[in-house]
Design a protein around this ligand. Structure first.
Ligand SMILES: O=C(O)/C=C\C(=O)CC(=O)CC(=O)O
Length: 214
C-alpha cells in the first residue's frame, strides 16, 4: 500500500492535529504542502478542489482513499490503526474526549480561521480572534477541571490533546493572555517536548518559511 500523503500547511492548526496523530501512531507519511496564502491560496485552485471540496487543509490520501476534515481523519486513523490508542476504553471518557475536540473544532477554530478573518478585516481581526478563543478556552478550562489528569482526559494522550495543543499556538499567535487558563497551560508544558508533538509543530514543517522557524 502506498505511503499516506497529507495535504498540509505548516501553521494550519487542523493539519497539525492530524500530524500529531500520525506521529503518535508512528505512521510514516509524506507531506504535500498547500500554501494557504500564496497567490490568494493554493487551496482554491481547481486541482485541489477536486481533493477537498471545502478548499481547506488537511486532506489525507490513505488506503486508496482521500479523506477530508481533520476530526473525521483522526477517527479513521483511530479505527484503522489501533496501535497507540488515542481514545479511552471507557464510554464516559470517550464522550469527554469528543466534547473537548468538538468545543475546539466547532466552537473555536472555525471562528478564527483564515477565511473568517479575511472577511472580518485587518483592523478588527485580532480582537475578533481573541474574543472567540477566550470564550472557547473558558469552556475548555472548565471541562478540563473535571476531566484532566496529566493530559486533557486522564493520564493518557487522546485526540483531545491533538486538538488542544495547536489551538494554544493560535491563542498565542493572537496574543491571548493565557494566565486565566492554568490547566490548559500545564498540559501545554507537559506536551511541548514530546517527540510526536515536536515533529508536528509548524516550525518543524518542510513548508515553514525560514524566518518563522527560528
Ligand atoms: O496566516 C496564515 O499563515 C494562513 C493560514 C493559517 O495560519 C491557518 C489558519 O487559518 C488558522 C488555523 O489553522 O486555525
Amino acid at each position: 500500500m502506498a505511503k499516506p500523503v497529507l495535504y498540509s500547511y505548516w501553521r494550519s492548526s487542523c493539519s497539525w492535529r492530524v500530524r500529531i496523530a500520525l506521529n503518535l501512531k508512528e505512521i510514516p507519511y509524506d507531506i504535500k504542502a498547500v500554501s494557504l496564502i500564496k497567490g490568494g491560496g493554493e487551496q482554491h485552485c481547481n486541482e485541489y478542489r477536486d481533493v477537498n471540496p471545502m478548499e481547506q487543509v488537511p486532506s489525507l490520501c490513505i488506503d486508496g482513499h482521500t479523506l477530508v476534515e481533520s476530526l473525521s481523519i483522526l477517527h479513521y486513523l483511530e479505527e484503522t490503526r489501533p496501535q497507540r490508542p488515542l481514545m479511552p476504553e471507557d464510554c464516559y471518557k470517550r464522550a469527554k474526549v469528543r466534547e473537548i475536540c468538538e468545543v475546539i473544532s466547532s466552537g473555536i477554530q472555525p471562528l478564527q480561521n483564515l477565511i473568517v478573518l479575511i472577511h472580518v478585516g485587518e483592523d478588527k481581526k485580532k480582537e475578533w480572534a481573541q474574543h472567540w478563543i477566550v470564550r472557547g478556552f473558558r469552556a475548555v478550562e472548565k471541562l478540563l477541571q473535571a476531566s484532566a489528569g496529566k493530559y486533557c482526559v486522564g493520564d493518557e494522550i487522546t485526540l483531545a490533546d491533538c486538538c488542544l495543543i495547536p489551538q494554544i499556538f493560535n491563542a498565542r499567535r493572537f496574543h491571548v493572555d493565557l494566565r486565566a487558563f492554568p490547566i490548559i497551560l500545564r498540559i501545554d508544558r507537559e506536551l511541548e517536548n514530546h517527540p510526536a508533538f515536536r515533529a508536528a509543530h509548524p516550525n518543524a514543517q518542510p513548508d515553514c518559511p525560514p524566518e518563522a522557524a527560528k
